[in-house]
Design a binder for this molecule. Sequence first.
Ligand SMILES: [Zn+2]
Length: 328
Amino acid sequence: MVRPDYDQFTCNLCGNASGVSHDFHREGGACSHCGSNMRYRALMRALSQHLYDKPLPLSAFIPDKNFKVMGLSDASLYADKLATLYDYTNFFYHTEPFLDICNIENMISGSYDLLITSDVFEHVPPPRHIAFVNSWHLLKPGGLLLLTVPYTLLPKTVEHFPSLHHFGFVNDGTDILLVNRREDQTIEVFDKLIWHGGEGSTLEMRVYSETDLIQIISAAGFKEIKIWNEDFPENGILQSHQGGSFVITATKDDNSAPIEITHNDPYRENIYPEDMCINHFLVHRPTRVSGTRAERAIELWNTNTPQHKTALPVFTRIWLYIRRKLNG
Ligand SMILES: [Zn+2]
């Protein structure tokens, strides 16, 4: 890891000076006062630059209760402050106020000035463009998408379950397995699932590539796409070495209609073949299970799962399932 060449930084979330941390990676570099990590500081720094054209600490952001903001599972470290400044609602996919970004039929289009989605869109089920197109719909003309997802600078995205259709999870005593009935009715079983920390359903569905992301954001009707990859050591933001996963901002282009929502992935050529070995520190692929272990998992799934899709959005189903399992 890069050794910072300064003694202290000023946290742009809490405004306090913090000693240098030696774990300057995206989820590290904790502020010794509020505990903010580098990702949160980079996110708020980019927001300040966009809104005010200068790097204000969060405490100096200008209150405006007519400025309507949607957060998707935002961290309370900055969400609580944003709620005092703006007309801000933090939505969740496992609790109230509830929102599934892939299903926004109950929401009013064109009503938000800002949509913050930090490390959420790597968890949405395929096809991955739906979340971006829906973000466009929710924003006002000129509204801002403030986004982070873990991503690489590889040419293509690693999509873990490209044929995900009707799926669920079973615990076979060794691990939690994913069982998926594809649209063609064949069933596939996966082991070595990647879960991210935090509440709610945090199954990693993919590791994006920057090229794929930019293409999807652009085709979803956004312009002025900016990648915030600079270092700001004064705010404890040392990210240029991390090779991707930077904050991205984009504004809603009202003159451009987004690509249609389809259930087929329009960007299939942006995905690596499943059997291709990808050597990258962010990429850990789930593995296919076959033989008797797969048969047993399918049997468990058939026994435990109602065979008709419920009205509950998919993430709620996953979360309820995991919570049941955790509670024994
Ligand atoms: Zn702080």
